[in-house]
Design a protein around this ligand. Sequence first.
Ligand SMILES: [Zn+2]
Length: 393
Amino acid sequence: MSRLSPSNWSYNILYGAAHSAVVNCADLDCLVGWIWEHLPRATGHIGLKGQLEQLATLLSQQPLQSLVKDDLKRIAAIVGTMDVPTPSEMVKRIRHMHGVAHKTFTKWGLVVPKVEIHVVDDFPRPYQGCPFWAMSLDQKDAADYGIEAGIYFKEKHLYPVVSELTLCHELMHAVLSLRASQELVRGLEDGLCDIFGLYACARVLPYELATSALLNLRFFPATTLDMVYLDHLRQAAALEQRLGFVGLLEVVKHVQRTGRQVLYTLEDAIIQAGQTWQLRHIVREPKQDHARSAEIEGFCFKVLAQPVAYVLSPEAICLRRYLRPGDSVKDLERRVGMSSQAIRAALKELSEGFYLVLMDGDVVISNECPRYIVANAFRYKCDRERSKTILSR
Ligand SMILES: [Zn+2]
């Protein structure tokens, strides 16, 4: 029996849906926190989707509000298409995903160790109170502390899509740990676990949802430690573009035969870019790939090519839609409904901060924003301080 109240569980659904959506907010955890605080709960049984839509109706066309409004609608749409699980159904989904990932990795010719899944209130000693949502405890932990090995999930931190993706990532670590080794489980290995984990996860979940969740987690994370994961995902993606999916698989098989030292060698070679001749004794290259990896090849390209620097203020993002060469600050003030002070600050950001707009005094000479709008490259800032102001005007 789950000890989670239905209300708390709604938060987990919201968190999973927000991370599976293609949103423009660069601080997704912050946005989710704000949404959760402001959801109109006293609305009978309209369900989470209805509550999100209702919250969206409270928001105006003011820059930050209109961006949050768009994201709310996107998240509501995901909740609408999602098969929303109860906590116990979520546990079943994790177990089902385990079976599918196990089968997928085995089909590739990998040896997949038997791994137990534990859904717990807290991790066993000495990991009690650890802030992680999930963790893998290996045979050494089991022997050292008299606990059961396996992949542990905290029940209160089970999130649709995000936890299923995490399971596949962790199972891949188990595959790479087939031979005991001294090296730490980190670095390039995490990037490989992301890519292979995504592939397995997309056997069950819609590819778009799984991809969005991974990109949201890695590209705009809450902490510096999470940024490290993006670096290693990019390394693994670069390796995929070089060797193909089959080549990547060959690397994993090499690790299964010899231990994870080879991953350290590869990571060093990647960091010292140009030293990739070192790869040749590990894998033959280039590789002819089979058609099934086209999605992953596309994903890896996206991971390498996707801009991360275009994180702008809500005002600059809103202004970008209205800019036309020849516009003056006065013209914009009339059309946009922002104060001249806010318009000047946004233009300064777009021109000096991002070199997207050229100005001649008060007049816009050129505007590069539309190309990046089409590519959905912009994200808006909404940190904790800013999120407090969402509904204040
Ligand atoms: Zn990992």
